[in-house]
Each structure stands twice: as structure tokens, then as C-alpha cells.
Write a protein that binds this ligand. Structure first.
Ligand code: CO8
Length: 258
């Protein structure tokens, strides 16, 4: 039985998923993506888990799709296998939040995978880039789309056309990451934030995540209407009453996720 290339550990209410192919800088082979997808589905189905953290071992989050695996594929192979996209988007399909904890290189598909998560925390060692053009291909897992929405056309265009890497400070400045955390405490901090989220009302977290994501899909007036519909429905939840009652009683709310 070969060692897993992606590890899932349960840390209280959080599923900690670690890409574990450090010798290949966690390159995202088909096997890595199959295991990752399976773990995300396991966390999604586990009633105890309320949030996930995705990170990588060694000096990379992930250095991209596995170039060696790509090397012999022809156009028909890529098309028929639905290469890259076949199971890459599980992180965007699940309803529980996923935090990317980027500890090092997040390149090509690695940067795209981090952007599929709900937000990115990174260490000072993080480097982001879409270097696909340098290896005779282009971003194929949403890089051109998510990067431009995240950091604007000019920077996204420069990064995609040149393959230039961005350091952590620049990534924070332009809003690609939410915060920089010291490397030695990155995963612990991500787990702390994830636990905080997991303790909140799950239906409300699901709705909030859906509403923020909706803002990337529809015009403002439509998004605001969608948000209002969801916000009104929260009044039907037991957790809504519990939140208000706990606030009034100056105690910590205990949500039942109902
Ligand atoms: N795939 C496979 N193996 C990799 C990858 C990768 N993406 N990145 C690194 N590795 C391997 C190296 O081959 C090496 O293995 P070995 O020791 O067996 O030769 C090991 O990881 C360590 O790497 P290096 O020795 O190169 O380490 P350095 O510190 O010298 O360099 C770099 C680090 C700069 C990150 C360098 O490894 C590099 O340039 N890697 C490739 C980065 C890259 O180009 N990523 C984008 C890949 S393409 C992609 O993600 C999307 C394709 C979309 C296709 C569209 C389909 C629809």
C-alpha cells in the first residue's frame, strides 16, 4: 500500500488536509487530486466537521500541476480525460469553508487551488505565481479568471503573461491573501480561525459563504437581493434566536446548527 500523498486529520471541529508530496514540491498529480477530492468529500459528509484547512508539507503549498505527468499527453488525451478540471473543483463545490494555509510556493495549479479556497492565510515564505506560460501551457484551473477578479487586471495580466512570482507582502497588499502569519504558527493560526468558524451556526455559515461567492457571479442589484432573501431566512433558525438570547444574557452562544 503506497503512502498517502494527501493526509486528512481531524482536529476537533476542523478537517486538516495536508498535501504530502514534499519531494515533488506537492505537485498536483492525478493521484493527489483524487485523494484531495476524497478528503474534501469526507469532511463535507462528517457532521462534526464545520471547516477545513488545506496546507502543504515542506517548502511548498503546491508547485502546480504535475508537469511530468502532463508531458506525454496529447490534445485528445487532455480533452477526453477533462484533464485538470475533471476533479479539480471540489474545493469550490463544497459548502463548508476551506482556508488555504500557504506555507511556501503556490504556483500554477497550486495558486489556482489556493484561490479555490474561501480565503488564504500565508507565511512570509509564501510565493504566488502562474508560471504556466514558461512551460508551454496556460492556466487551466481558473487562474486567469480568479486572479484577475482577486487582484485586478493589470497585476493578473502581468503575472499570467510573464510567470513572475509575487511574495507574501505583495500578495497581502493586493488582497490575494487575507493575512500573513509567522511561518511556525501558520497552521495553528489557520486551525484557530477554522475552529472559530466551525463553532458558529452552520446554516448561517453556509448561507454567508454562498452569498459572498454569489457576488462574483451576478450584478450588484441581483447579489444584494439574493443576500436579503438569505438574511431573512436566518430569522427562521433556532440558531438565530440562540445568537440573540446569548448576546442579551452576555454568554457564549451554543448553536445547534438548526
Ligand atoms: N510538477 C512536477 N514536479 C515538480 C513540479 C511540478 N509542477 N515542481 C517541482 N517539481 C519537482 C522537481 O522536478 C524536482 O523533482 P526531482 O528532484 O525529482 O527532479 C522537485 O520537485 C524539486 O524541484 P526543483 O529541484 O526544481 O526545486 P527548485 O527549488 O530548484 O525550483 C521551482 C523550484 C522554481 C518551483 C521549480 O521546481 C519549478 O519551476 N517548478 C515548476 C513550477 C511550474 O511551472 N508550475 C506550473 C505547472 S503547470 C500548471 O500548474 C497548470 C497546467 C494547466 C494545464 C491546462 C490544462 C487544461
Amino acid at each position: 500500500m503506497p503512502a498517502p500523498v494527501v493526509i486528512l486529520e481531524k482536529r476537533g471541529l476542523v478537517g486538516l488536509i495536508t498535501l504530502n508530496r514534499p519531494d515533488a514540491l506537492n505537485a498536483l498529480s492525478t493521484r493527489v487530486m483524487d485523494e484531495l477530492t476524497a478528503h474534501i468529500r469526507t469532511c463535507e459528509a462528517d457532521e462534526q466537521i464545520g471547516c477545513m484547512v488545506l496546507t502543504g508539507t515542506g517548502r511548498a503549498f503546491a508547485a502546480g500541476a504535475d508537469i511530468k505527468e502532463m508531458a506525454d499527453k496529447g490534445y485528445a488525451d487532455a480533452l477526453l480525460e477533462d484533464f485538470i478540471t475533471r476533479n479539480w473543483e471540489e474545493a469550490t463545490r463544497c459548502r463548508k469553508p476551506i482556508i488555504a494555509a500557504v506555507n511556501g510556493l503556490a504556483l500554477g495549479g497550486g495558486c489556482e487551488l489556493a484561490m479555490m479556497c474561501d480565503f488564504i492565510l500565508c507565511s512570509e515564505a509564501a510565493r504566488f505565481g502562474q508560471p504556466e506560460v514558461k512551460v508551454g501551457v496556460m492556466p487551466g484551473a481558473g487562474g486567469t479568471q480568479r486572479l484577475s477578479r482577486s487582484i485586478g487586471k493589470s497585476k493578473a495580466m502581468e503575472m499570467c503573461l510573464t510567470g513572475r512570482m509575487m511574495d507574501a507582502a505583495e500578495a497581502e497588499r493586493c488582497g490575494l491573501v487575507s493575512r500573513i502569519v509567522p511561518a511556525e504558527g501558520l497552521v495553528e493560526e489557520a486551525l484557530r480561525v477554522a475552529t472559530q468558524i466551525a463553532e458558529l451556526s452552520r446554516p448561517i455559515i453556509y448561507m454567508t459563504k454562498e452569498a459572498v461567492n454569489r457576488s462574483f457571479e451576478v450584478p450588484l442589484s441581483e447579489g444584494v437581493r439574493f443576500e436579503r432573501r438569505l438574511a431573512h431566512t436566518t430569522f427562521a433558525l433556532e440558531d438565530h434566536k440562540e445568537g440573540a438570547a446569548a448576546f442579551a444574557a452576555r454568554r457564549k452562544p451554543v448553536y445547534k446548527h438548526r
